[in-house]
Ligand binder design. Structure first.
Ligand SMILES: *Cc1c(COP(=O)(O)O)cnc(C)c1O
Length: 388
């Protein structure tokens, strides 16, 4: 009864669900440093290897010298500095939109957009595997909350047809964060057009990675003009931190007026914006990063399939290996750690019950030999599992 936190924590530990942060003793890159030991890092979202890029670091350092560290206030008071404005304009141009608006995190961007646009009498339609921040944003908005089966455009269409809501917003990840597969966006756009709904895509894992200029899922799938709201994060492919929403002039004006997670929070440091301007430009121009990544993905998939592992239908750098039980996923993750590989086990409620997995992510910072080493280590480690 009451706040018996110790009992709840002990239960969580028994279920193999206790979550614990690792203390990293070095930057995010090809390697991760933990307690003086080096690991090959196969769990970051730094897909293009930009988080620790010398030019991005230099831009950050120079801007910190010029602008200081803290922005000092929210965007609408006096925290919106020149680098923020420049980055918003660059993101709008990059994504082919009239305007873009910065948020301090992707989580806040999703909460802010949905609560600014939706309320009682409206409805939000979400893929059941959407990121937690999209689900929370939908719930917080007060709109009627509907979930549809993963990547099922027909199920979505049926829900839309039945809805009599004032505003209908369809929301999906462009690339699913724990599966790596991509949403069928042109089928969604069609369903939205036929049912007077808007489409919002969270492209946290597509920006920088997909399309020949790294413009993400909307360009890769040819639906940019048909998607009213694009949310992208800066802390994954672009290697920095923060997020943006891009869309029409009216959309951005509305968010400035009504998105509480934009209004009531301190603007990100200008140095983060300045560093992102450089990483954005590199993400556009450095096609070699995407080409290298594609070769690593192909090599990993071929090797994993050859060894009989269950992969997901993913062409992206997110290449999870489905394990099943929480305990097995944890055991495999720690066996790999002993061999020098850092790969986190992802457990419920982040993924559905019985679908614990090793979320392997690849990066342009990796070399082919790293992938080969991972495959060889996996082969030895899976032997520890009961039904291997
Ligand atoms: C990481 C992530 C977010 C949250 O972005 P942050 O900037 O890390 O808060 C939102 N949506 C998806 C799909 C993500 O993977």
């Amino acid at each position: 009864m009451g706040f018996d936190l110790a009992t709840d924590l002990a239960a969580r530990r028994r279920q193999h669900r206790l979550r614990q942060p690792l203390v990293m003793d070095g930057p995010c890159g090809r390697h991760a440093c933990l307690q003086g030991q080096q690991f090959l890092n196969f769990c970051s979202n730094d897909y293009l290897g930009l988080a620790n890029d010398p030019e991005v670091i230099a831009a950050f350092q120079n801007a910190a010298r010029e602008w200081g560290v803290g922005s000092g206030a929210s965007h609408l008071v006096c925290g919106h500095q020149r680098p923020h404005q420049d980055l918003e304009e660059a993101l709008a141009a990059h994504t082919g939109r009239q305007r873009a608006l910065l948020f301090s995190t992707g989580y806040m961007a999703n909460m802010g957009v949905m609560s600014a646009l939706l309320g009682k009498g409206d409805a939000v339609f979400e893929d059941r595997l959407n990121h937690a921040s999209l689900l929370d944003g939908g719930l917080l908005s007060g709109a009627r909350f509907r979930r549809f089966a993963h990547n099922d455009a027909d199920a979505l269409t049926r829900q839309l047809q039945r809805s009599e809501a004032r505003r209908k917003l369809v929301v999906a990840d462009g690339v699913f964060s724990m599966d790596g597969d991509e949403a069928p966006l042109s089928a969604y756009a069609e369903a939205c057009e036929a049912n007077d709904a808007w489409l919002m895509v969270d492209d946290a894992h597509g920006i920088g990675v997909l399309d020949d200029k790294g413009r993400g899922s909307l360009f890769a799938q040819g639906v940019n003009e048909r998607t009213q709201i694009l949310m992208g994060t800066l802390g994954k492919g672009l290697g920095t931190a923060g997020a943006f929403v891009a869309g029409s002039h009216e959309l951005i004006e509305t968010l400035i007026q009504f998105a509480r997670t934009f209004i009531y929070t301190t603007a990100m440091p200008a140095a983060v914006a300045a560093a992102t301007l450089v990483s954005l430009e590199k993400s556009r121009q450095d096609n070699w990063r995407r080409e290298k990544l594609a070769a690593l993905i192909a090599r990993f998939r071929a090797g994993a399939v050859e060894r009989g592992y269950t992969l997901m239908a993913s062409q992206t750098p997110i290449q999870p290996i489905l394990i099943g039980s929480d305990a097995d996923a944890m055991a495999l993750s720690s066996a790999l750690r002993e061999k020098g590989f850092l790969i986190t086990a992802i457990r419920p409620p982040t993924v559905p019950e019985g679908e614990a997995r090793l979320r392997v992510t690849l990066s342009a910072a990796h070399e082919q030999a790293d992938v080969d080493a991972l495959l060889a280590a996996l082969e030895q480690c899976v032997r520890i599992l009961p039904d291997a």
